[in-house]
Structures are given as structure tokens and as C-alpha cells.
Design a protein around this ligand. Structure first.
Ligand code: FES
Length: 150
């Protein structure tokens, strides 16, 4: 075997043995670690400035509402806007009458303590409460529902 033939033979052999390794390296079997899986919520450190994650879209659609206590603005309740289900509404869940927690009832917020009712924009529709529930900007990022708290 001449030198040139030997080198071609060795080169072809190396190519044949390294090809499966190269193909395997280019075909990842696991998603990259920084790719959120479906259902993951946005970690607080990755939420846009001033926003905080209150839950997932899946939970919102399953339960019909999301609540979160202890945000910078207090406690919030989040629902889909019945007039536009692509839109999400976030209101402070503390009744402006005497501070009970309001509940979501398909198209309005109500307070079981003394019967006040609030529209989806927070307006009082039935007293004794006279002040509206405060509303907050919302954002859906991937599977996460976020509320602007500052
Ligand atoms: Fe809500 Fe009185 S505390 S109606």
C-alpha cells in the first residue's frame, strides 16, 4: 500500500467513526435548560419591570379566576374579561366597604359581607360600597399571567 492510499484509507475510517458522534451532537434530545416548558410560569426574576406573576393561563381557565395575596398593591383577583376573553382583568380583591374579599361571579365581583357588587372595571354597581375596586394592568407572557404592581 502506497503512502497516499494509506492516508486516504485512514482518513475515510476516521470520518466513518466520527460521523455518528457528530450527528448525535447535532440532535439534542432534551430542550435547552433556558427554554420554559408548557405550563411553566415566568420566574419573578424574569418578569417585566413592575410586573409579578400571579399564576398560569391553564389555572385561570380551569378555575375561572386567579388570586394572589401580599403583592405590593395588596391582594388581587384576576379573571378573563367576559366581553373579550382574550383580555385579562386584575382588580384589588379587598372590598372598599369594610375590607372583605370579593368573589368572582361569572360577570361581576361580589362581596358576601354586605352585598356590594362591582363591574369588571371595578365600578360599584350595588352598595353599600361607594369606592371602586382598584384595577391593574395585566400581561400574558407564554403561559404566565402577570399583573403590574409598581
Ligand atoms: Fe364588602 Fe361590606 S365589606 S360590602
Amino acid at each position: 500500500m502506497k503512502r497516499r492510499e494509506f492516508m486516504n484509507f485512514v482518513g475515510l475510517g476516521m470520518l466513518a467513526t466520527s460521523l455518528p458522534v457528530a450527528i448525535a451532537a447535532c440532535n439534542p434530545t432534551e430542550p435547552a435548560s433556558d427554554t420554559p416548558a408548557v405550563g411553566d410560569s415566568v420566574p419573578a426574576s424574569e418578569a417585566p419591570d413592575g410586573f409579578e406573576t400571579v399564576g398560569t393561563v391553564a389555572d385561570l381557565d380551569t378555575k375561572g379566576f386567579l388570586t394572589k395575596k401580599g403583592l405590593a398593591v395588596g391582594n388581587v383577583i384576576v379573571v378573563r374579561d367576559p366581553a373579550n376573553t382574550d383580555s385579562v382583568i386584575a382588580l384589588n380583591s379587598k372590598c372598599t366597604h369594610q375590607g372583605c374579599t370579593v368573589d368572582w361571579e361569572a360577570d361581576k365581583f361580589s362581596c358576601a359581607c354586605h352585598g356590594s357588587e362591582f363591574a369588571t372595571d371595578g365600578r360599584v354597581t350595588i352598595g353599600p360600597a361607594v369606592r371602586p375596586l382598584e384595577s391593574y394592568e395585566t400581561l400574558i407572557e407564554g403561559e404566565s399571567v402577570l399583573v403590574k404592581v409598581s
